[in-house]
Design a protein around this ligand. Structure first.
Ligand SMILES: Cc1cc2nc3c(=O)[nH]c(=O)nc-3n(C[C@H](O)[C@H](O)[C@H](O)COP(=O)(O)OP(=O)(O)OC[C@H]3O[C@@H](n4cnc5c(N)ncnc54)[C@H](O)[C@@H]3O)c2cc1C
Ligand SMILES: *[C@@H]1O[C@H](CO)[C@@H](O)[C@H](O)[C@H]1NC(C)=O
Length: 478
């Protein structure tokens, strides 16, 4: 048996043998990450035959996907995978602690109804959560997990239809092929298979640099921390009983992180350290000394409708937004919920009906936007404000923070949490922030400078439009 057999019941062995002997199944999925594993379980439970290919079944050790928003927890519940958060030393999250030049505001995730308990997010070690999702896939009799690195898609030369995947099996480095009615590309942010079938390429302007701090004292435990200052934002959240993640956003070509100034380490020590709460500074320095500094690009990639028969691109391979708001896994799990409805055996009896599948995928593209567009636009727009590098953006950043202090915050926090899935709510709050920013600007302008105010206020409003409209267009036109 070439697959990893989680719970070898006789039933599983029999089904597995037929899948693996014939190298043919209903679905073959490339990548057992967040999306691939959850999708394999979901389709398997619907009675589809699934082969899940994963380059490495070792526990991933990465600085990504460590905060699951309440909206993502809801999606996990819907998929019957809520227990994947158990036994991984996960920490509950009640909301956000945002500090602006050391002035803090605490924002709780809003209750959806007065009678319901307050929603919770969870933070954890990414790899432990992925291993739980993989275990769920291994336990599913209709899913076979094969440790293999996909190397190419097998495509029909005359129809262009994708027929399966070429791969190299880890065991004995054997070259192999798996054929399926539907091939799913879920190989993550650096997808090898996206290029030909996706019209957009990812863009990035900054990286997150991550350290793991031991026994750091956060100002407000059980809250995600966002620190705003003259520099790009810093995130902190506890990911285990003793471990706290800190992610520092560093824009490309930042002078204080240049080689001359001691590189990233110099920037962290000289520029970032003084802006951190005193209670975490020692743990931060210790982590910096240990030197396990790692980085990831913060990419933006608009989604596109899949048009290739026999293929479906999902997860980070399909769509990415800045990780500032921790929305990626929530988008991925929501997408699995939508796919479960649209490709259910009742609606699509056979996945070999590629024209029906393509029609459903075009519906998928628009249906998923209810939740994904809010998360995408919010992440990109908020990052622009939080990493403000000119006067107008700084005015908007100030207005945004004042809005968190005095405004109706259930809306914005509900959007952030992935609980409110209405683009109009985002639009209204964003422009309320723009107007509040202008009001704050007026109050801060000395009367001797009031003559400049009309011009400044127009520039702030214009900047707000320049921030948000490109991302709205990206959602509408892609
Ligand atoms: C710095 C940073 C921080 C983030 N923080 C958060 C957060 O707090 N909360 C959140 O919700 N999201 C966060 N995200 C986003 C989140 O990590 C992703 O959205 C999520 O992991 C996407 O899941 P995926 O399954 O598409 O990809 P992945 O989880 O990356 O899985 C891809 C899988 O494919 C496998 N693979 C790759 N190539 C091949 C191949 N050729 N053959 C076989 N297998 C292959 C990989 O080994 C991997 O297991 C963050 C992202 C970044 C960059
Ligand atoms: C596996 O698929 C069969 C149909 O092929 C279905 O009846 C069964 O419920 C599935 N098993 C599980 C555990 O999901």
């Amino acid at each position: 048996m070439s697959s990893l057999n989680g719970h070898a019941t006789p039933e599983k062995s029999r089904l597995e043998k037929s899948r693996l002997d014939h190298h043919e199944s209903d679905v073959v999925i490339i990548g057992a990450g967040i999306l691939g594993s959850a999708l394999a379980v979901t389709l398997g439970r619907q009675g589809r035959n699934v082969v899940l290919l994963e380059a490495s079944m070792k526990e991933p050790d990465r600085i990504v996907g460590e905060l699951l928003q309440p909206g993502g927890v809801q999606a996990l519940e819907k998929l019957g995978l809520r227990d994947c958060l158990d036994g991984i030393d996960a920490i509950p999250v009640k909301g956000y602690y945002i500090s602006y030049f050391e002035e803090p505001v605490v924002l709780d995730y809003p209750k959806l109804a007065p009678s319901e308990p307050a929603p919770e997010g969870w933070t954890f070690h990414h790899g432990r959560f992925v291993m739980k999702l993989r275990e769920a896939a291994l336990a599913c009799p209709n899913v076979s997990v094969v440790e293999a690195k996909a190397t190419a898609l097998v495509t029909s030369t005359h129809t262009g239809q994708v027929l399966g995947v070429e791969c190299i099996r880890k065991e004995q480095e054997i070259k192999d092929c798996y054929f399926a009615q539907l091939t799913v590309v879920a190989d993550g942010y650096a997808s090898k298979f996206r290029k030909v079938h996706h019209p957009h390429a990812p863009k990035f302007r900054s990286k997150f640099w991550g350290l793991e701090m031991i026994d750091a004292q956060l100002p407000s435990p059980y809250y995600g921390h966002v620190l705003l200052s003259d520099h790009a934002p810093v995130l902190m959240y506890q990911i285990g009983s003793h471990e706290t993640r800190i992610l520092v956003d560093i824009p490309e070509n930042l002078p204080s992180a240049s080689v001359k100034n001691g590189g990233v380490k110099g920037h962290l020590r000289n520029t970032v350290l003084p802006t951190l709460p005193e209670s975490v500074q020692t743990a931060f320095l210790d982590a910096l000394e240990k030197g396990q500094l790692r980085s990831m690009p913060n990419s933006f990639l608009p989604a596109a409708t899949n048009k290739t028969p026999g293929l479906m691109i999902l997860g980070d391979a399909l769509n990415m937004r800045h990780p500032l708001t921790g929305g990626g896994m929530t988008v991925a799990l929501n997408d699995v919920c939508v796919i479960r409805e649209l490709l259910s055996p009742e609606r699509v009896p056979s996945l070999s009906d590629t024209s029906l599948v393509l029609r459903q995928l075009s519906t998928f593209h628009w249906t998923r936007k209810n939740s994904s567009s809010v998360i995408n636009i919010l992440a990109q727009a908020l990052y622009m404000l939080f990493a403000a590098d000119d006067q107008n953006l700084k005015a908007l950043q100030r207005g945004c923070f004042r809005y968190f202090q005095i405004g109706p915050v259930d809306g914005p926090v509900g959007l952030l949490a992935g609980l409110i899935k209405q683009p109009m709510v985002l639009f209204t709050h964003f422009f309320s922030v723009a107007f509040l920013s202008i009001w704050v600007l007026l109050r801060e302008t000395p009367w001797t400078h009031l003559i400049l105010f009309p011009y400044q206020s127009i520039m702030v409003f214009w900047t707000a439009c320049v921030v948000i409209f490109p991302f709205i267009w990206a959602e509408i036109w892609s």
